[in-house]
Design a protein around this ligand. Structure first.
Ligand SMILES: [Zn+2]
Length: 350
């Protein structure tokens, strides 16, 4: 009995569905990932799932916890589920607030089961490692019943991102307008455009390749839930769901949106050697090429002069490290050049 909503086909996945996604109403359950290891030899790792199915309409897949040390997205999705009833919904929300549940339980970016980064393993494989099996569930079981995808991220424990929506572009331009419209509806002041070099193994890359309108979002980070980032997440979800016709109304989108892209040389600023990074600017500020972004100090040789770290391109400080003690090559900042909304779209996601 489908009651008007497409039933996912679980026949080719190794994960067991303990939730009936075609049932109308508001309910919760999980998908069972069976993986035998020393900690859990004969059990399984549940991946929590929530579903709200109301009047007939589009199915929107909402994901967070693709990385296990990002907390704003899971918080926003749990709060959204609690706040909505099926009477509020035209369509169906399939909500996965801790998609890489083993990583979320460990509070780590990648899975402790296999070292897998779920945002680099899509579309996955039913015969693969645990993280590849979760990617397979997402891309081969849930994508086919979805009409749109919203995937929530943050900077994790190690970094902090300006709250922004991420819109991917396809080489054929097929979804550009739909993705940019979703990003506009998310309502953040900054839209990060993912161009032709976007990683096809990411959730948004796989959704875009599958022909599904999709945005991701970066929402703070630093290992906590910041109030501003949580507010951006909640407003963004409601705005985008209203744009998709699932909710009757949402907050008004920001009228002063700016598009940025990480493309070309110089956007990724990394530590030139091991040291203590002292920042001079914060994420959200705009800088020009040559601006001192900070300096590297050397606690083992404290009389050694500091090494300046300069911006080599002009743009928005899109993200900053939350680590002071850095090794050579460690991430310090992203400097994202501003582009016109119809810009070239050649850049990659980190
Ligand atoms: Zn992430």
């Amino acid at each position: 009995m489908t009651e008007g909503f497409a039933t996912p086909d679980f026949s080719a996945t190794r994960l067991s569905p303990e939730i009936e996604l075609s049932r109308r109403g508001k309910h919760s359950g999980w998908f069972g990932l069976v993986h035998s290891d020393n900690a859990n030899p004969l059990g399984l790792y549940p991946i929590p799932a929530l579903c709200i199915a109301g009047r007939p309409g589009p199915t929107v897949l909402l994901t967070a916890g693709v990385h296990g040390d990002e907390y704003e997205g899971p918080a926003a999705l749990m709060r959204l589920f609690e706040a909505l009833s099926d009477a509020d919904i035209t369509g169906r929300l399939i909500i996965l607030p801790q998609l890489n549940a083993p990583a979320c339980r460990a509070g780590t970016r990648v899975s402790p089961l296999d070292g897998g980064n779920l945002n680099r393993l899509c579309p996955g494989s039913a015969e693969g490692t645990p993280t590849e099996q979760i990617a397979d569930l997402l891309c081969h079981v849930l994508f086919p019943v979805a009409d749109a995808v919203i995937d929530l991220h943050s900077g994790g424990a190690a970094s902090w991102f300006v709250p922004c929506a991420l819109a991917a572009r396809r080489p054929d331009g097929g979804l550009d307008a739909a993705n940019m419209a979703m990003a506009a509806a998310f309502g953040t002041k900054t839209v990060w455009v993912l161009g032709a070099a976007n990683d096809s193994r990411s959730v948004n890359g796989a959704a875009t390749a599958a022909g599904l309108p999709c945005i991701a979002a970066e929402l703070g980070g630093g290992g906590s839930v910041g109030l501003a980032a949580l507010g951006a997440a909640e407003a963004g979800l409601r705005g985008t769901l209203a744009h998709l016709g699932v909710l009757a109304e949402g907050p008004a989108p920001c009228r002063e949106q700016k598009c940025v892209e990480l493309a070309g040389p110089g956007y990724r600023v990394v530590a030139p050697e091991r040291g203590l990074f002292v920042p001079f600017v914060e994420a959200g500020e705009s800088v020009t090429a040559g601006t001192p972004l900070g300096e590297l100090r050397f606690p083992d040789t404290p009389a050694r002069p500091a090494l300046p770290v300069l911006a080599t391109v002009s743009g928005l400080i899109l993200a900053e490290t939350r680590r002071a003690a850095v090794l050579q090559g460690d991430f310090l900042m992203f400097v994202a050049p501003e582009i016109p909304e119809s810009g070239p779209g050649e850049g990659a996601t980190p």
